[in-house]
Design a protein around this ligand. Sequence first.
Ligand code: CA
Length: 363
Amino acid sequence: MVGHFALVATFAAALAAQEKVPTPVTTPGGPARERAAALLQELAVPERCLDAARELCALGPAVLPGLHKMLVDPRPEVVQRALFVASGLSGDVESLRMPIRRCLEHKDPGIALAARAAWQALDGGGSTLVTDYQAGKVVRLIGDEVRDLLSDIPMAMSVDPLTDGSLLVAAYGQGRIVEFDTKGQEVWEFQGLQHPSDIVRLPNGNTLVADSGNLRVIEINREKDEVWSYATDVRPIDVDRLGNGNTLIASYEASGVIEVDPAGKVVWQWRADNVRDADRLLDGTTLLTDTSGRCVLRVDAQHRTLRRWPIDFACNDAELLPNGHLVVGGSGAVVEFDHAGQEVWRTKVGYVGHLARHGVARR
Ligand SMILES: [Ca+2]
């Protein structure tokens, strides 16, 4: 991985307000800071975790003193909670830049992965990075503006933005994954895949690939050696490495959604034919994007459905944000709902294979 962390111009320019953001409570110290301290404690309570995060995001800068303490806590789970809240804060959060940058290099992979999202949020300005499979593009949506970052990538299915501004892309139609630097030049690729659907650059520099057509997930190192694989009853569409070292895989017409440990043992499963995205949330629950069911679900470890968002198009990817909003992309659109389920923003896109929200619009 490239060792510098320069701002990407498109990120820095992306500070335009995009949508309604709760006005931060401006009382210095006092009640807001006390409330923040109590809410930061509640992040550790699974039943309160996501609600506490949402309320913390609304508090704004009053949260910062407590967050700074958590970011240097020796317990990895505490640091991860702080990074999640950090990625949803509005207002002046510049003081978080150095602590988050240190977390990017943390030896705990869960912290390093969580820091990636928080890092992108710092300069993301509330933009949404998406692939448009139909147009063969990677684009950044900022309000109603659509900026092309990469084009001429047949069936661009997934993109992983790296910390130095490079973009790792799963070129589904070319059977390869490609890394582009900030000038759009190819700097690394891996060929011989069949319909790669998702990619993740891991903190150790390896790359996790959903090699869909070959019915396997592989992890390869920079030298392109295969260092891990999983190929039992999967047609992987989405793959994530979790903080505990396990791998979460969502498959089309195969095992559904499975969490497998490094030895390949399935430790959790959600049976469904067409869930195209699964995300493990901070409270241990799982967000599922069910394309055939046209809905997004939040389910717990015991397979209970805690919430269901109906979606009016074939959805492919979703993200539940720290502020409680849900962003969903798929066939024809990207939509954002607030915590109450009200649509706050929608834009037309040909066919979204993957999306990622970076931060909140700042004022
Ligand atoms: Ca996922």
